[in-house]
Design a protein around this ligand. Structure first.
Ligand code: ZN
Ligand code: CA
Length: 403
């Protein structure tokens, strides 16, 4: 019975994700396809052509069971995939058909697991949190602690990635640039994240995050989300619809501009992970434009959190004491002999000592002190005295108890 249940679950899961199910368009329809919190704030500087832009990432792992609490290694494998795909260092770049190779781009965008948390302390860019939610929908609940998720880190400095169980609702989805700050980021199904661990067969190479982060950087689906639609990118050929699975090149559709047909190996199509391997130069320009001086992601040009050396150290406790040069007397209370020493760099040498009764009557004076004094107080009556060390117009006073 249990086996049958397990089998049913596997079959259900398999068919739920047999084709790419990106929720970004659904998300846009639910939460608005337009910029609803545009902040054209200049943070730092403009981009420089082809400089490498590094984006700090925080991964929020939301788990309801152990399987959903994916390993650090699985998370790191996803970062590897992103850096390969966006830099066109992916091993399968050679699978890009020759006809499209001249259009393929190294975007010069990279990613790191954030090394500093929002409080300035060292971090590893991974937050793990148990959730009582067994499944999430394309509704941003995972982005809010109050809804069983985990609040975003400052989305002006961090790319937030929530990894959780989306069930069959979507394999992933992204917010759009310029959106609401606390909803900004991407969500990825935990069985489609990274390229090691327990993954959905068609989506086991970490390309779901590549695709969703490209949405986060302003790209649209390559077919423009409509029949022979427009993705706003000149060098991606128009295609009639999305592709599934793994077509053979060339795959010509009703609105193909030429015999090369669809660019089904583009990361922004719906083809399987094993069949997508490129961004175009036009897509690169669009994504890098987000970081320009008035772009919605310009603040990332000012983010330092990839560099752990800039963190406030956890293991160095800096105790700031107010160090005031003064003097010390001992023992106190004293019976006969009293020791007097300078402290914190204060030297008694050459200074003047005056001892007063509690009513302010001078008992005795000693001039020209040496650094470590001993005075005999055996002749004093028992009671409270004030011992003053005088240096020019400045005096320091301690209370002495004579027994
Ligand atoms: Zn998508
Ligand atoms: Ca196009």
């Amino acid at each position: 019975m249990r086996l049958i249940f397990l089998f049913t679950l596997l079959v259900t899961t398999f068919f739920a994700h047999s084709q790419r199910n990106c929720g970004s368009s659904l998300y846009a329809s639910r939460f608005g396809n337009k910029i609803f919190n545009q902040q054209n704030m200049s943070y730092n500087r403009d981009t420089i052509r082809d400089e490498v832009i590094i984006i700090p990432v925080v991964v929020h792992v939301l788990y309801n069971n152990n399987a959903q609490n994916i390993s650090d290694a699985q998370i790191r494998s996803q970062l590897d995939v992103l850096n390969e795909d966006f830099r066109r260092m992916n091993a399968d770049a050679s699978n890009t058909p020759d006809a499209f190779k001249p259009k393929s781009a190294d975007t010069k965008i990279m990613f790191c697991l954030a090394q500093i948390n929002p409080a300035g302390a060292p971090a590893k860019g991974i937050v793990r949190k148990y959730t009582s939610n067994t499944m999430f929908d394309v509704n941003d609940a995972m982005k809010f602690s109050a809804a069983g998720g985990d609040n975003a880190w400052n989305s002006k400095k961090y790319l937030n990635i929530w990894v959780c169980n989306m069930g069959s609702n979507a394999i992933g989805y992204s917010s759009q640039p310029g959106g609401q700050a606390d909803r900004d980021g991407v969500v990825i199904q935990y069985t489609a994240f990274g390229r090691i661990g327990s993954l959905i067969p068609n989506f086991n190479r970490g390309r779901t995050a590549t695709h969703e982060i490209a949405h986060w950087l302003g790209l649209s689906h390559i077919w423009g989300d409509s029949e022979c639609g427009n993705d706003g990118i000149d060098d991606t050929p128009q295609q009639s619809n999305y592709n599934n699975n793994c077509p053979s090149f060339p795959s010509v559709s009703s609105c193909s501009p030429d015999s090369n047909g669809d660019m089904f190996m583009n990361f922004m199509d719906y083809t399987n992970d094993a069949c997508i391997n490129m961004f175009t130069n036009g897509q690169k320009t669009k994504m890098r434009g987000q970081f320009s001086i008035n772009g919605p992601r310009n603040s990332f040009m000012n983010s330092i959190v990839c560099d752990s050396s800039l963190a406030i150290s956890n293991d160095t406790v800096v105790v700031v004491k107010t160090v005031v040069p003064s003097f010390n007397i001992y023992p106190n209370p004293a019976i006969s002999e009293l020791n007097i020493e300078g402290t914190n760099g204060f030297d008694l040498k050459g200074k003047v000592l005056k001892l007063y009764s509690s009513s302010g009557i001078l008992q005795f004076t000693k001039s020209n002190l040496i650094s470590s004094e001993k005075i005999n107080i055996s002749q004093l009556h028992s009671g409270v005295y004030f011992l003053s060390i005088i240096s020019g117009r400045e005096s320091k006073v301690l209370k002495l108890i004579k027994q």
